[in-house]
Ligand binder design. Structure first.
Ligand code: ADP
Ligand code: MG
Length: 241
């Protein structure tokens, strides 16, 4: 099932923590049907931006929309029902629950019926090669499988837009390639939009056709991965002058 065309729009989002400007007047768009890379040095404000979109944090200013639907006042609990799901930079699994239960709980939280949740859970366990672990407590999984489970849980909510905050962090190169293969397939088959944050630019560039670059809370560049890679402001931000 392919999702309807839609676009996530962040419009002038800002957030400070006790005077520290984490995100300042940040605007970008992430449409369905493509992967949008969100990159920038450590502390650039990428995770905070995701937390503003999903209403983990309340923005000091600005607006988030999914096409014409204003998400700025939707509760954190209702964000998934509105079509936006996310994975966390630090794993947020229910460690004592099995792999299958972790995925089911996530699908139910997005408002799926028990029957639909069970269907979707099986699909995601297959898509992320977690079937053999279905009855295993999440805490007993090897690290790479736990990271895949985190993504499977987000996808079980059947989002229009999926926000992935460093899904390959801590993975070895072959695990990272494997995750990229799985996400390419999902991108091409399901038509959802993905906002992909990762430090591994090879990983991000393999998946994304548009890259948004943040530095010190602001947008410093956006364009094709090739254009962004050659952009002097981006190179300087990464060299850290
Ligand atoms: P990134 O994900 O790009 O590495 P973050 O969004 O995590 O960046 O952080 C951006 C800035 O906001 C950093 O200076 C960070 O220390 C600060 N920050 C993020 N979350 C909080 C918080 N909950 N409380 C205080 N400061 C925070
Ligand atoms: Mg982060």
């Amino acid at each position: 099932t392919r999702v309807k065309e839609s676009v996530l729009v962040a419009d002038g989002l800002s957030k400070s923590f006790a005077g520290v400007k984490a995100v300042t007047n940040m605007s970008f768009e992430a449409p369905t049907g493509r992967v949008t890379g969100l990159i920038g040095p450590n502390g650039a404000g990428k995770s905070t931006l995701v937390n503003l979109i999903t209403r983990q944090y309340h923005a000091d200013g600005g607006q988030t929309r999914l096409s014409d639907h204003d998400l700025s006042t939707v509760s954190r609990e209702d964000i998934a029902r509105a079509g936006i799901s996310r994975s966390f930079q630090n794993l947020r699994l229910f460690q004592g629950l099995t792999v299958y239960e972790n995925v089911i709980v996530s699908a139910l939280a997005a408002g799926h019926t028990r029957r639909r949740a069970a269907e979707v859970a099986l699909r995601e366990l297959q898509a992320f090669d977690l079937g053999a672990w279905a009855a295993t407590p999440a805490q007993s999984l090897p690290y790479g499988a736990r990271k895949r489970l985190e993504v499977a849980r987000a996808l079980a909510q059947e989002p229009v837009i999926l926000l992935l905050d460093e899904p390959a962090a801590g993975m070895n190169p072959s695990e990272t390639d494997d995750l990229a293969d799985r996400l390419v397939k999902i991108r091409d088959e399901r038509g959802l939009g993905i906002l992909l944050i990762d430090h591994d630019l090879r990983f991000v560039n393999r998946l994304s056709s548009w890259t948004v670059v943040m530095h010190r809370g602001t947008l410093i560049a956006q364009g094709t991965p090739e254009d962004v890679r050659a952009n002097p402001a981006v190179i300087e931000a990464y060299i850290g002058r």
